[in-house]
Ligand binder design. Structure first.
Ligand code: COA
Length: 154
């Protein structure tokens, strides 16, 4: 498996991965309405392509297929962080996280932080993050808990 920056032209493959993981994996704990709001079936692709260009994510690639992607912002915020739904628990997230942390340290970013889903909390704890706040948002009329988590970097 290789981790590198995304290349222009890969935006639709990233959308498919994000859409499927959100509906299939996050859909295990969040409602249909909530996951449809986060990853709508009729997503405007021009908007998504613009977003990806700005975020310039890291992608994990296996046999020319993207199996995960992760976004690091200049202030240390980790935004989207997704492994392909058929590649859960196979080390994709760990490889992406290592790339993000290495990049953040090289940029002298003092800490990483993220709003982490219920499903990803254990993963981020394993990477050395601490929970700062448990957030109990109501989205589409139902609870959608997540956790503000942070890791200080050397
Ligand atoms: C969170 C996510 C990116 C982790 O990626 P992954 O490729 O499955 O993670 P890895 O295989 O590298 O796992 C690393 C470690 O975390 C643990 N882990 C990962 N997900 C876990 C979970 N849901 N519960 C418990 N442990 C978990 C693994 O067991 C592994 O532990 P080990 O090192 O002791 O073996 C992935 O589960 C995902 O795409 N989740 C849905 C999308 C999402 O919620 N993203 C986060 C938005 S904040």
């Amino acid at each position: 498996m290789q981790v590198r920056r995304y290349k222009p032209g890969e935006e639709e493959e990233l959308w498919q991965l994000y859409h499927d993981t959100t509906h299939i994996i996050n859909g295990e704990v969040y409602s249909k309405e909530q996951v449809e709001r986060w990853a709508p079936h009729d997503k405007n692709m021009d908007e998504w392509k613009e977003r990806i260009k700005k975020k310039n994510p890291f992608v994990a690639v296996e046999d020319s297929k993207i199996v995960g992607f992760a976004e690091l912002e200049a202030d240390g915020h980790i935004d989207y962080f997704y492994a392909h739904h058929q590649w859960q628990g196979k080390g994709v997230g760990s490889m992406l996280y290592s790339a993000i942390e290495k990049e953040a340290i090289s940029q002298k970013i003092p800490h990483l932080y993220a709003d982490v889903s219920v499903l990803a909390k254990e993963f981020f704890l394993k990477q050395g993050f601490k929970v700062l706040v448990e957030q109990n948002n109501i989205i589409c009329g139902a609870p959608a808990p997540n956790f503000k988590m942070e890791k200080k970097l050397p």
